[in-house]
Design a protein around this ligand. Structure first.
Ligand SMILES: [Zn+2]
Length: 666
């Protein structure tokens, strides 16, 4: 079969006359082309239910000339609803591909997903946008349908069309990134997953304000040979800088190609960025928090506790439902279940507390052994509360133990946690003795490992230091002088001092036209005396400040976590009152958690349940994105010489002096 000549266009945004004029010219010069595929928003700005304008209607009735048969996604925008309804019956050479699926055009297998990611709509949680009759945002059903069609597909995907770029497209890529591309926040993880699954020969996407052709990347050989994807991102037609919005290809259908040609790896080909990302994520999960590697150059390396052998048949793993967002507050941890209890028995037993929506018992990532505890998630939080009252009651002849899902996570250590048996954990505190300096702890001021050069202000119980790999020159850490695991475990006095420093920094940032954004993560460690509390703080522009909440939320959502919003404490709230609230919000002082502080003083919180793994780099990636420097999320991009560091500390001290709560006491 000969190569099919096809054209692709970025977002048309309602300018069909403009599109077809351009296509006609290209067609005359380099054609004839057999098909035109449009990605990105096809209709103009406005409501989906608007009346379509006459120019649009003309293409449906056949009065407008369509030079090349045209297939589009991005079927939303002004007049889209009426046009999409009229098109199937019309004889126009204009076809809407649909919400999602795989179709054949001129012998080419074309997979497509219309719409963009919307967190509330996709997860069914939070405030969803008003309903639309067209596919403005795809749903889990749309993605599920496409995935099942991809799995059932015989042969290869020639073309994948989406209205979003895949998140992480440039991961692992050497050299310059395309100008204006925000690697940490651009695109969607759903699309990345689809690319990894579909392994298309070409992925054409719209949705960003730029055009970019990535060097080709190779997918892992899954048995049928290597596959290579070429990504082409197309700008909107109306791009002010005239970035490329049209792309032409001569494409022989995979079905007509020799296997060797199909698996050929071109020069300059890179590994798949999505597999790299996945591998990196897995590696992150298996190593200690980067702080410890970074500061001391030594990994944890401690021997994990050997899992205890239990007599009798091992319980089976239960996968749980992937489409139910996990909610620590609606979930309990159950131990000592009867061996024979499977999901139906567990659901039946806990029905007396409330409606069970999910049950999962995972396997240990390292040795594949089944966990000795089971998570049971209820429809509402009352269910979990009621379930706690079933603690130490009889189920099938055994006493079952029921605990809050976050209880004691901090006491279990990051790495030995999964191996802990039924008797493990339970809030034993972290390995170190809180308050005593810990050898080798970078944050203990008294320890030899401490980098005291970076300290900018020392209070009574708290100090302020520049981050070792600053994202911006005002990126600092607040750290208790003594070795405490997290801010909610601080004494009232120490916490109050943290709050005073935060408010001083807020004033400093305000003087620079910036707003304060911060985060803290408490992931416990078994060695080094456990985690030493440190809060990352940064000043961002008001515009970035406004999108901070969404940035944290979507980064967390991409990792499968939903953040809980804690409103700003009312004026006059004392630090001890706030400390009490936060302690409850994170699931107690012995819970692991992630907490972000937003410019308005409100917080986003997610306590971690047993067996959950928070992405190590998440907080830093969001800060770097908000600071407009996503490339600085990587530590190594931020390394300074000791002289540069000293100069930065000096400069920051000068800047901070008018606000320093310790100023004048020297
Ligand atoms: Zn320490």
């Amino acid at each position: 079969m000969a190569a099919a000549k096809v054209l692709f266009s970025g977002a048309v945004e309602g300018d069909l006359p403009g599109l077809f004029k351009k296509v006609e010219a290209v067609n005359k010069k380099n054609g004839p082309f057999e098909a035109l595929f449009c990605v990105g928003q096809f209709f103009g700005p406005g409501a989906d239910t608007d009346e379509p304008n006459d120019a649009l209607v003309a293409y449906v009735t056949g009065q407008g000339s369509i030079p090349v048969p045209t297939y589009f996604i991005g079927g939303f925008g002004a007049g889209s609803h009426a046009i999409l309804e009229a098109l199937p019956a019309a004889k126009a050479a204009l076809k809407y591909l649909g919400r999602s699926g795989v179709t054949v055009v001129n012998g080419l297998n074309v997979a497509f997903l219309d719409g963009t990611y919307n967190h509330a709509l996709f997860t069914g949680r939070g405030e969803a946008p008003p309903p639309s009759p067209v596919c403005r945002h795809y749903t889990q059903d749309d993605v599920g349908l496409l995935k099942s069609q991809l799995k059932a597909l015989e042969g290869e995907v020639d073309i994948l069309l989406t209205c979003e770029w895949p998140r992480g497209l440039t991961t692992g890529l050497q050299g310059e990134l395309p100008a204006g591309y925000r690697a940490a926040s651009a695109g969607s993880n759903i699309v990345s997953e689809l690319v990894a699954l579909a392994r298309p020969r070409y992925h054409i996407a719209g949705g960003e304000q730029l055009a970019y052709a990535r060097p080709p990347f190779a997918h892992r050989d899954l048995g049928a040979g290597q596959r290579v994807t070429r990504f082409v991102g197309l700008a909107t037609m109306a791009h002010p800088g005239k970035a490329k919005s049209l792309h032409a290809l001569g494409l022989t259908p995979a079905a007509a190609m020799e296997p060797e040609a199909l698996g050929a790896v071109p020069e300059g080909c890179t590994p798949s960025p999505f597999e790299l990302r996945q591998a990196k994520r897995e590696a992150d999960e298996l190593t200690a928090p980067s702080d410890f590697n970074r500061w001391s150059g030594v990994g944890p390396g401690g021997q994990a506790k050997r899992p205890r052998r239990e007599a009798g048949a091992a319980p089976a793993a239960i996968e749980g439902k992937a489409d139910v967002p996990r909610d620590p507050w609606a979930t309990v941890v159950v131990k000592n279940l009867p061996w024979a209890a499977g999901e139906p028995e567990i659901v039946a037993f806990f029905a007396q507390a409330g409606k069970v929506v999910n049950v999962w018992r995972g396997t240990n990532a390292r040795d594949g052994r089944v966990q000795h505890f089971t998570h049971v998630q209820f429809e509402g939080r009352e269910g979990a509360e009621a379930a706690l009252r079933l603690h130490d009651t009889d189920m099938g002849g055994r006493r079952v133990f029921v605990e809050p899902s976050t209880a004691g996570t901090a006491g279990m250590g990051r790495h030995a946690r999964d191996a802990d048996g039924a008797g493990g954990g339970g809030g034993g505190g972290e390995a170190g003795v809180a308050g005593k300096p810990v050898d080798g702890c970078w944050f203990c001021l008294g320890s030899v490992a401490a980098d005291t050069e970076l300290v900018a202000s020392v209070g009574e119980e708290v100090y302020l230091a520049l981050d070792k790999g600053q994202i911006t020159p005002e990126h600092v850490l607040l750290v208790p002088i003594d070795h405490h695991p997290c801010s909610v475990a601080l004494s009232a006095g120490c916490f109050a001092e943290v709050e005073r420093y935060v408010s001083a920094l807020r004033s400093l940032y305000a003087s620079l036209g910036r707003e304060l954004v911060a985060f803290e993560r408490h992931l416990s460690l078994r060695n080094k005396g456990g985690n030493h509390c440190h809060i990352n703080l940064l000043g961002v522009t008001p515009a970035a400040g406004r999108r901070a909440e969404e940035a944290f939320r979507s980064a967390a959502a991409a990792a499968g976590y939903q953040l809980e919003h804690i409103p700003a404490p009312p004026r006059g709230t004392g630090p001890d009152e706030l400390l009490k609230q936060l302690k409850t919000a994170v699931g107690g002082p012995d819970s692991e958690y992630f907490m972000a502080l937003l410019p308005d003083g409100s917080r986003l919180v997610r306590p971690l349940m047993r067996g959950e793994r928070w992405p190590m780099a998440l907080g830093r990636e969001v800060l770097a994105d908000l600071a407009g420097a996503p490339e600085r999320a990587a530590w190594k991009a931020c390394a300074l010489t000791p002289e540069e560091e000293a100069a930065r500390v000096e400069r920051f001290k000068q800047l901070f002096k008018p606000y320093d709560i310790m100023a004048g006491e020297e």
